[in-house]
Design a protein around this ligand. Structure first.
Ligand code: S3P
Length: 164
């Protein structure tokens, strides 16, 4: 375990980072932090509005600032990261133990189709989403201290993380 004692959840959109993160934080007596929520509160704007009014590049700069801030500021936390943070920002491994929630695209696709309300800016066309997924999985794996099978039930996923 790193000095910060943080657990950093990475993975594609809808891989379960926030739901697992909340439960894991409760079970391991850590704070729960969601990087998208932090960026929204820094800028007082929803992620979808940031993409719409300022563009993706601006969002990625803010994501890097958010990561740098978390590295400086957080310990004893479970951190759920936006799906692009480990892809576009540098330094994720300085934040703590990196856990990749590895869910199959079919599972993710079903969750995204059932979660129309979340308004994720990068989910306009699911065939493009699959191409992004394929590229990112390689990077997530290369950054991870551990990868867990996230196609399973919440309890099984939590168990895999706790046993690691
Ligand atoms: C993004 C994932 C989103 C959010 C933004 C961009 C991405 O977070 O940060 O819409 O590039 O994969 P979630 O992974 O929590 O959906």
């Amino acid at each position: 375990m790193s000095l910060t004692n943080n657990i950093v959840l990475i993975g594609f959109m809808a891989s379960g980072k926030s739901s697992i993160g909340r439960l894991l934080a409760q079970k391991t007596d850590r704070y729960f932090i969601d990087s998208d929520n932090l960026i929204e509160s820094f800028l007082n704007k929803k992620i979808s509005d940031i993409f719409e009014t300022n563009g993706e590049e601006y969002f990625r700069q803010k994501e890097q600032h958010c990561l740098d801030w978390m590295v400086e500021s957080l310990k004893n936390s479970v951190i759920s990261t936006g799906g692009g943070m480990p892809i576009y920002s540098n330094g994720i491994k300085k934040l703590g133990k990196v856990v990749f929630l590895n869910a199959d695209f079919e599972v993710i696709k079903k969750r995204l189709e059932n979660d129309k309300e979340s308004n994720r800016p990068l989910i306009k066309d699911l065939s493009l989403t699959k191409a992004i997924y394929d590229q990112r999985v390689l990077k997530y794996n290369s950054l991870a201290d551990i990868a867990v099978d996230a196609n399973q039930s919440m309890q099984d996923i939590l168990q895999q993380i706790e046993n690691s």
